[in-house]
Design a protein around this ligand. Structure first.
Ligand SMILES: [Zn+2]
Ligand SMILES: [Zn+2]
Length: 180
């Protein structure tokens, strides 16, 4: 006696390979198998699609970069208002926004830990105070560099993926260094 793979009922096996109790359960089993195959094909197709989709990879690269910035600035106050309240949520806030200045989206000087609600959301980045905090942190020369015009950047898909991997690695290394 063996439990049926599908309904769990005990049954007598005719062959040692028999896994289900009846033709009804055999049909159900093959249906489940087909559904699993369909799902895994869909998953693989999505994966392949995402791997070559520029805007998806750009989003992933930005997430990777921002994650590194948050870790780099861990324990530091909000760049704009200076709060160090650890019960707040923090973002990686861009001084010159990625919308208006996409060429600076991966510039480390252009991105700092910022409190989510008060500065990033409610005060749209609180740019006036951001500048004051930024000058204090990196000096006016580097801030002025950010404020200059920069040539537009057109990243290739490979470059975007490279940036994504680079910042994942930098994040890992930074975390490791902190554990020492
Ligand atoms: Zn059964
Ligand atoms: Zn703030």
């Amino acid at each position: 006696m063996k439990p049926c793979k599908v309904c769990g009922k005990e049954f007598d096996q005719f062959k040692t390979t028999q896994r289900v109790c009846s033709p009804v359960c055999a049909l159900e089993l093959s249906r489940e198998k087909a559904a699993r195959t369909r799902k895994s094909v869909t998953r693989q197709m999505r994966k392949d699609f995402n791997a070559s989709d520029r805007s998806y990879q750009l989003k992933k690269a930005q997430e990777s970069f921002n994650g590194y910035i948050r870790e780099r600035d861990k324990g530091m106050g909000c760049i704009s208002c200076g709060t160090t309240d650890e019960s707040l949520r923090y973002d990686a806030g861009h001084y010159r926004t990625t919308g208006a200045h996409p060429e600076l989206r991966f510039a480390e000087d252009n991105c700092h830990r910022q409190c989510h609600y008060n500065c990033n959301i409610n005060r749209s980045g609180n740019i006036t105070d951001y500048r004051i905090g930024l000058v204090r942190r990196i000096g006016s020369e580097r801030v002025e560099w950010l404020e200059r015009d920069h040539p537009a950047k057109k990243y290739t898909l490979d470059e975007i993926i490279e940036i994504k991997l680079k910042y994942r690695k930098k994040l890992k290394e930074l975390k490791l260094a902190r554990e020492l």
